[in-house]
Design a protein around this ligand. Sequence first.
Ligand SMILES: Cc1ncc(COP(=O)(O)O)c(C=O)c1O
Length: 419
Amino acid sequence: MQGTGNKAFDIAWVREQFPSLKLQVNGQAAAFLDGPAGTQVPKHVIDAVQNYFLTANANTYGAFPTSRRTNETILSARAAMADFFNCDSSEVVFGQNMTTITFALARAIGRELKTGDEIVVTTLDHDANVAPWRALEEKGVVIRQVDIRESDCTLDLADLKRKITAKTKLVAVGYASNMVGTINPVAEIAKLAHAAGALMFIDAVHYAPHGLIDVKALDCDFLACSPYKFFGPHMGTLYGKREHLERFKPYKVRPATDVSPECWETGTQVQELIAGIAASVDYIAELGRHCDSTAKSRREALRAAYHATHQYETGMLTRLIEGLQTIPGMHIFGITDAKRFDERCSTLSFRMGNHNPTAIATFLGDRGIFTWDGNFYALNLSERLGVEQYGGVLRVGLVHYNTMGEVERLLAALREFAA
Ligand SMILES: Cc1ncc(COP(=O)(O)O)c(C=O)c1O
């Protein structure tokens, strides 16, 4: 729990931090309900990127000031992400995006695997946590896919336990589903993986804007996420336990260092955006201090921020589900029981009768309400739910800069569409 400094969630302050929220569409304020595909950025992040270009723009390890500043920028971003993950700075890797990082990691881990070794993936996951592991089938690695319980779109844990065997070398599970919002019991799954002698890889891309990540408490071996989903720039980051980052060998050019974590960062990094990553973590911490003035360290401030945003997002989610359930032909995928909201985040997908999700998204988009339609690359899930051939689903993503007013606007527009 937080200290005694808790205040009511200051949505006006939050929205002031994000200049793009002022965008208008056809005379209406834009409602950004598209966060799961990428969130808006606070001014702090925009300024950090600009400031890098103005004062530090150079390549690394040169004998002059801008180059030294670039080294410092990267070090301070590693320290920010170390607070974000609750790990050591040397365990933070930057990369182009989660997909690229995961393909590179899978390839490196694959060097040590042999025919008949097994990797466990799930039906609930984004394909970025499936395809990189499936690529190892070329080496004779066997991929075992865990099913879901269709009624509430949660992982079938009995199936997972069956699929983890003595041959399992790695278990790859998402922290939260980017389609239906289910939060998986990843700490429990990490224990099962380790008991079988396997590594645990977590895709936390979708969880990162909604919940505090603690790699120590999860005891995972790797965890990846993408700053552009948590109010930062378009990049990816990876946590890897130091012993693994030092043991596995990434593919790299010969002159580049063999020292971890830099050896995992092939080529020149997008340094201006790395500056933005540190700023996105600092923004969340600033939000935390705004919500709880007793939060001292950056980690404590991050905890306070997620504590406050979780309550705020759950309020909007509750109203959204109640409102959707009154619309004729509505089918919501995933958990709808308010008593189980700790098992889900505020990302929600639905179908309305036989309406094509693209038609609904277009109708909403014309009214300044931004939502996504399709499968969002959660291809296994879209196929499993039988919606892939019908245009997938309509997805609404609520993050902490959204408002109850936007939820009401969405509900009114959907009622209009249904009529
Ligand atoms: C759950 C999840 N995992 C992975 C990814 C891929 O992330 P990136 O775009 O950084 O490669 C996404 C992107 O939408 C996602 O939502």
